[in-house]
Design a protein around this ligand. Structure first.
Ligand SMILES: Nc1ncnc2c1ncn2[C@@H]1O[C@H](COP(=O)(O)OP(=O)(O)OP(=O)(O)O)[C@@H](O)[C@H]1O
Length: 317
């Protein structure tokens, strides 16, 4: 869907992106990550021509982006940034409706879409649609920023540190919302972040940049299990790379039948069947137990997981 073909960008003779080759397929959630100044934002902004590339090509559905009218190009792409960029004197509703209004949607359609998006981001439409941005918390402003980017149902969503400067709890909640939205909508998302845990949680593929060049591309599992060099290993966090690997592994395949309810070996602490191996180990450490009861979404017991199985080689596939 989006192809960087030997793409370059220099600022005043200094290279920011050098010969970038990257093919982003429809429905992917690609995370651009790397140290400060590595070219993440430049790469992202070149996709919607906030920054123009000066070497190579960038293709959208096979067509060089310079062949599109800039406005049309941007309307096909939602754009959300850390500083949010909401219009301060416009209500939440009007902010979210910016692009639909430009596209000439009817008032009823816009109203329904705003209601749908506020609901999706867990903000009561009745309470929030008429508020001004300064009447919202930082996290709510960022949700509205992301809702605005999604409003006209764009093919592509570009996000530059959209959850930066948020407390860890709000950040985690918004990350999960984005993951849900991505899985439900199948949108193509390109996201810039500094946060390796965010990248590991969200990405279908991670692109690790350094000084305007790609150091490694791969799924979270590929990067964690086979970093190409020490730079990548350091970037992933050498000390807890193993724990991060465990956070990619669900417990579901490791669930065994519950030891009969009356037996002394029956686990008393429980965990959701959607949990990861890392979460299960953490839960065992907190409760000082070596087995956990596993529950489904309705709270019904579906079996148990045992400490020995969590670290067994079979769990590391
Ligand atoms: N408008 C500009 N004018 C001149 N140089 C720029 C401009 N924008 C970016 N650069 C330079 O290009 C390089 C890449 O910048 P970019 O913002 O893409 O990096 P980044 O990886 O997103 O960094 P950060 O994580 O700090 O946001 C840096 O060396 C930066 O100084």
């Amino acid at each position: 869907m989006i192809t960087f073909d030997n793409t370059s960008k220099s600022y005043g003779g200094t290279s920011a992106i050098a010969g970038l080759n990257l093919n982003i397929a429809r429905g992917e959630l690609v995370v651009l990550i790397g140290p400060s100044g590595s070219g993440k934002s430049t790469a992202l902004k070149m996709i919607n021509r906030m920054v123009d590339h000066d070497g190579g090509r960038i293709l959208l559905d096979g067509k060089e982006i310079y062949s599109f009218n800039v406005r049309d190009l941007r309307r096909r792409m939602g754009y959300a940034i850390q500083s949010v960029g909401l219009f301060p004197h416009w209500t939440v509703e009007r902010n979210i409706a910016t692009v639909p209004q430009l596209l000439g949607w009817s008032a009823e359609r816009i109203e329904a879409r705003v209601t749908e998006l506020l609901t999706l981001f867990a903000m009561d439409p009745v309470q929030y649609r008429t508020r001004l941005p300064h009447q919202l918390s930082g996290g709510q402003q960022q949700r509205v920023g992301v809702a605005r980017a999604l409003a006209a149902d764009p093919d592509v969503l570009l996000m530059d540190e959209p959850f930066g400067a948020l407390d860890p709890v709000t950040r985690a909640a918004l990350q999960l919302e984005l993951k849900r939205v991505h899985q439900a909508s199948g949108k193509t998302i390109v996201l810039v972040t500094h946060d390796i845990d965010e990248a590991l949680l969200l990405a279908t593929r991670i692109v690790l940049l350094r000084e305007g060049r790609i150091v490694q591309i791969g799924t979270p599992l590929e990067l964690l299990s086979a970093p190409v060099d020490e730079f990548v290993e350091d970037f992933l966090g050498r000390a807890d790379r193993g724990l991060k690997l465990l956070s990619l592994r669900p417990i579901a395949p490791l669930v065994t039948p519950l030891v009969v309810a009356t037996s002394p070996g029956t686990p008393h602490a429980s965990i959701a069947h959607t949990a990861t191996v890392r979460e299960a180990i953490s839960c065992m450490a907190v409760h000082a137990v070596s087995a956990l009861r596993v529950e489904d979404a309705a709270g019904a017991t579906v079996g148990q997981v045992n400490a020995a199985d969590l670290l067994a080689p079979a769990a590391h596939g």
